[in-house]
Design a protein around this ligand. Structure first.
Ligand SMILES: Cc1cc2nc3c(=O)[nH]c(=O)nc-3n(C[C@H](O)[C@H](O)[C@H](O)COP(=O)(O)O)c2cc1C
Length: 238
């Protein structure tokens, strides 16, 4: 057996040395039991399939009320563990709000946060009264009736972690439809979660960490039969 010494100070434990070893002999001394070997061709997706899979991803705003089993949610979150992160820091942890009653309470607290913006210089101050009125009229404009909410939370004071969180959430967003799960980024909830103490108390994210962003999810109620229009591609080359 050959032992390779690397500069421990520069090594990010990305595992690339191990997975690039054609004889599959190299074994990292970081969690050696976790070594996963790829069989030839595993996970290959044709460019056409990839194109359609990504183009047909949609924000889901109508959900059935049958819960997504926790085991299935963990299966998708497990995939998101393999997302890129700055310096391979893997700072993202998850809070899953599985109970629809708690999702509803979070939506209510988000509406309460919106009320604090009315008649202030906040850029959303002119926009929120309509949302508040709709919420109070019983329309699920904040969490869209989703049974579950996902929060990616990160250490405070880590300058790259918020980007890492968006990348990890994007992995969840993209993986979810393959498991029959529909998602929608929860922008209002995400903003309230970083700005509104009563919601922070409700979430109970561990001390020293903060919510980076949130996503609604559940089983989609409707199918889609097309791909919506987009702005034309704009690229410049040098
Ligand atoms: C950062 C971000 C925040 C969003 N927040 C919300 C939200 O709070 N509520 C909502 O219904 N949709 C939200 N969306 C979904 C967008 O409206 C949606 O992505 C956009 O209309 C394009 O539709 P598509 O995702 O189906 O392609 C958000 C999307 C992003 C990327």
């Amino acid at each position: 057996m050959t032992t390779i010494f690397v500069d421990q100070d520069l090594c990010t434990r990305c595992g690339h040395c191990e997975v690039s070893c054609p004889s599959r002999a190299l074994l990292l001394n970081v969690r050696p039991d976790d070594k996963a070997v790829l069989t030839a061709g595993a996970g290959t997706i044709s460019p056409g399939d990839m194109e359609i899979y990504l183009k047909k991803r949609r924000s889901v705003r109508h959900f059935t009320q049958d819960p997504v089993p926790k085991a299935k949610i963990e299966q998708v979150l497990d995939i998101a563990r393999y997302a890129a992160s700055g310096g391979n820091g893997q700072p993202v942890q998850w809070l899953v709000v599985h109970d629809p009653k708690k999702v509803h309470r979070i939506a209510g607290l988000t509406a309460a946060w919106m009320k604090t913006l009315v008649n202030t210089p906040h850029p959303m101050s002119g926009y929120v009264p309509g949302l508040i009125a709709a919420w109070e009229a019983g329309h699920g404009v904040i969490c869209r009736g989703a049974p579950h909410l996902l929060f990616a939370h990160i250490p405070e004071g880590n300058p790259v972690a918020s980007t890492d969180a968006i990348i990890a959430l994007t992995h969840f967003d993209i993986a979810a439809p393959a498991f029959g799960i529909g998602t929608c980024w929860a922008g209002f909830v995400a903003m309230a979660a970083v700005n509104y103490e009563p919601l922070q108390k409700e979430l109970g994210i561990p001390a020293g960490r903060k919510s980076a962003y949130a996503m609604m999810f559940g089983h989609p109620q409707y199918k889609t039969y097309g791909i919506p229009r987009r702005k034309p591609l704009e690229v410049s080359w040098k």
